[in-house]
Design a binder for this molecule. Sequence first.
Ligand code: PLP
Length: 303
Amino acid sequence: MVLRRALVGSRRRGEHNERMALVTAVLHRGVVDSDAPLLCADDLGVLRGDGVFETINVRGGAAFLLSEHLDRMANSARRMEFELPPKAELAELAEQALVAWRERAEGEGALRLVATRGREAGGPPTVYATVDPVPRERILPRRDGLRIATATLGVNADARGDAPWLLGGVKALSYASMMAVTRWAKAQGADDALWVSADGFALEGPTSSLLWLEGDTICTTPTSAGILPGTTSAYLLEQAPKAGLKTAEKLIAVGDLKNAEAAWLSSSVRGVAFITQIDGESVAQRPDITAELDKLAGFEVPS
Ligand code: PLP
């Protein structure tokens, strides 16, 4: 009954706002009405962005690379010094949300797992999951590519390794500057941003990992540069030998990236998007390698 009400509510709201969560599930409570209030006013996730999250690709009704995302989430919480529920409980929460999703929808979805430090007054973390349909515009870059604007991160590539409070490699809820740089990039006429260190190295997108091609080697940024270790990029590098590609983790100066044989941004929901321009300059493309990467990670390219 609750499910059906939520679905009807979602469809009605969906006419106005496609992004509304279709499914919401709460740890130890299961699936709840997506319109029902969920957080207390003093939740530290809201007050301070003090928590962690994961966004996971859902295809064929299942979460792709769920175990890897749960491991990264646990690492993020450990780095922020708060305790997450055991992995098995989080996996069960994800499955509760996915059962409801499978009853209601087909096609690609985005499963979000959120864990905040909890309430300011203390107590357990606040943990919930949502599953949303992925809007078509989110996956069109798989077909059309992306124009990128570079934006300074303001610190050197090795700064975050020596300063754990900068939370390099942590998927914390505080994504406001990631959203700000994305808006800024769009205002420049680009589709997305690319963080560049103060010493001139291309690092990652605000919500994606950077990949580029050097001969027959697919390269990505090393985690020592404080980037978030991407589950998609890691999977692509792991699978790359199947397509006859070698792999490397290294830094690249932004000038060299502009002259790369091809470059991509990857993430769980967006998939693999080839870069067409950096700061208005065209970047070479390798549609054959793009197709291999899509195939390796099983991303469908929209027509
Ligand atoms: N880097 C950052 C900063 C991100 O926020 C994300 C994903 O949102 C990624 C990289 C890509 O990670 P994944 O492939 O696990 O989605």
